[in-house]
Design a binder for this molecule. Structure first.
Ligand code: NDP
Ligand code: BG6
Length: 504
């Protein structure tokens, strides 16, 4: 397949482009994974010259590219151009189209193009429509792909409307809905762990699993993204997409092959089997919170309502925790607990599979939590896996203690873990949409969350708990567990510090 192409990044003056996209493209270039001929055209309203754009992106690469290899930087920057546009002005798109045609002739690249929407979600309908109006969706001279960032819509209704609008002008195969969690090496490893090891499959079901936890904690607050975040909140920002995708990979049936369609179909089936939550159940299966000011390591940390571009009366949640079930034979009756939050003690994303305890306690165990074997799949940081098992404490009698069998990616010699965006951009260039969400998945995820969104919006009796910055969120989130001996797993930043005191 011809992968030479022009890559247009809308919103190229923004945070995502400079922190993730351009460094990821540079990384592909350094590894000789970019095609022989390519151009990157930044498109946004800010007035920047080609040289100014190259300078800005050069600085970003120096700051955000994780490795110390800048030998190809100047050569890479020659591929970058900038076009000032107005997102809602059709003339801008006509000019862009003319410019792309000129580049194509000059550089001998055919019509292959990627259009990356790295803008606020409010532009996800305007830009694709205008591109189509000037014919930039037309594949007669080469493939055309549209990458759309999350969140895809704001709720079920807006997602359906966006879907309909996009599909009027673009084919489903042309649309790449990015969820960067799917690009993470350790998220993909969920597939490999489950389906390349015969030992897990017999245990991976309601007969042996007590409950499953998925946590994505962030130490940072909302930073400079208040304008976006205050309209979105933790449920839409993280659970609707990233964390439900992780649940999909944990809960899916084995696909019959690695073809994208087979994998995506299995994940869709999981989303369609999520047990619907009734609006009156929402207070019992969900907890929301918002960070309040606090001192962390003796330093004052602002509360959410004191952050830039946040209303002092904001009711937006920065923490969300849910309990839910999956209605199928494998998972019937197994609770899934999912939580995410900003300004928690540390940055960590992990899955914890809690296996059922032995049917009869031969040895004394403090409680059921201690007696459950745990498999911890650490997505980030200190990526790896850990199995907690009980062993005999040396000495008299039969005291049992839990120890960890662990593997950490850092132990693999000469293996670099690619950034999620590297993998996803590489796949887009190569037309592989395995790791991109399909419309039906996005719609099914919104459908499942709609009662929670509505109840949180309309029922003032559902509390928004304040939690001090630097803590693990509202204590009320522990009430989601029926057994009071069971709590969330409180992870340390380093996997090897599991169950010990850790510096956060
Ligand atoms: P920014 O707020 O930095 O916006 C990107 C660019 O969009 C801006 O530089 C601006 O460029 C343009 N823009 C157009 N209209 C507006 C507007 N009304 N307000 C602000 N900017 C506008 O966003 P990010 O780069 O952080 O994110 C882009 C998309 O990527 C979002 O949808 C976000 O959800 C998603 N995302 C971001 C991540 C991140 O780490 N930043 C991570 C994962 C997803 P100009 O004014 O020059 O036109
Ligand atoms: C983004 C969210 O999609 O994911 C951010 O918009 C969040 O709020 C980020 O910080 C987390 O990504 P990662 O890769 O750092 O876990």
């Amino acid at each position: 397949m011809d992968t030479n192409h022009i890559h247009v990044i809308f919103g190229a003056s923004g945070d995502l482009a400079k922190r993730k996209l351009i460094p990821a493209l540079y990384s592909l270039y350094v590894q000789n994974l970019m095609p022989e001929k390519f151009l990157i055209v930044g498109a946004a309203r800010t007035d920047i010259s080609n040289d100014g754009f190259r300078e800005l992106m050069g600085e970003s690469i120096k700051k955000f590219y994780r490795y110390d290899d800048f030998s190809k930087l100047n050569e890479f920057l020659k591929h970058l151009f900038y076009e000032k546009i107005q997102y809602d002005d059709i003339n801008s798109y006509q000019n862009l189209s003319d410019k792309l045609n000129k580049f194509r002739v000059d550089k001998e690249i055919n019509g292959n193009s990627i259009f990356y929407l790295s803008t606020p979600p409010s532009l996800y309908d305007v830009i694709p429509l205008n591109l189509a109006l000037v014919g930039l969706n037309n594949e007669s001279d080469g493939w055309k792909r549209l990458i759309i960032e999350k969140p895809f819509g704001y709720d079920l209704y807006s997602a359906l409307k966006l879907k309909e609008m996009l599909l009027r002008n673009w084919k489903e195969e042309q649309i790449f809905r990015i969820d960067h969690y799917l690009g993470k090496e350790t998220v993909q490893n969920l597939l490999v762990t489950r389906f390349s090891n015969g030992i897990f499959e017999p245990l991976w079901n309601r007969n042996y699993i007590h409950h499953i936890e998925v946590t994505s904690a962030e130490k940072i607050g909302v930073e400079n993204r208040g304008g976006y975040y205050d309209n979105i909140g933790a449920l839409r920002d993280m659970i609707q997409n990233h964390l439900l995708q992780v649940v999909g990979l944990i809960a899916m049936e084995p696909p019959s092959s690695l073809e994208p369609i087979f994998i995506r179909n299995e994940i869709l089936k999981v989303f369609q089997s999520l047990h619907p939550i009734k609006i009156e159940e929402v207070p019992f299966v969900s907890v929301r919170g918002q960070y309040i000011s606090s001192y962390v390591n003796d330093e004052y940390v602002k509360g959410y309502r004191e952050e830039n571009n946040i209303s002092p009366e904001s009711k937006t949640e920065t923490y969300a925790a849910l309990k839910f079930y999956i209605d199928n034979w494998r998972w019937g009756g197994v609770p899934f607990y999912v939580r995410t939050g900003k300004r928690l003690p540390t940055q960590v994303t992990e899955v914890v599979i809690h296996f059922k305890p032995t049917p009869h306690f031969l040895f004394s165990r403090k409680n059921i939590y201690e007696a459950c074997n745990k498999l911890i799949i650490r997505i980030q940081p200190d990526e790896g896996m850990l199995l907690e098992i009980g062993i005999k404490t040396p000495g008299q009698g039969f005291e049992v203690q839990n120890i960890d069998l662990d593997f950490r990616y850092s132990e693999l010699r000469n293996q670099r873990i690619p950034e999620a965006y590297e993998r996803l951009l590489y796949d887009t260039i190569n037309g592989d949409n395995t790791l991109f969400a399909r419309t039906e998945e996005v719609i099914a995820a919104w459908k499942f969350l709609t009662p929670i969104i509505e109840a949180w919006k309309n029922n003032p009796d559902i509390p928004l708990y304040g939690y001090p910055a630097g803590t693990w969120g509202p204590l009320e989130a522990n009430k989601l567990f029926e057994d009071k001996n069971i709590t969330w797993h409180y992870p340390c930043r380093n996997l090897s510090d599991n169950n010990s005191y850790c510096e956060l």
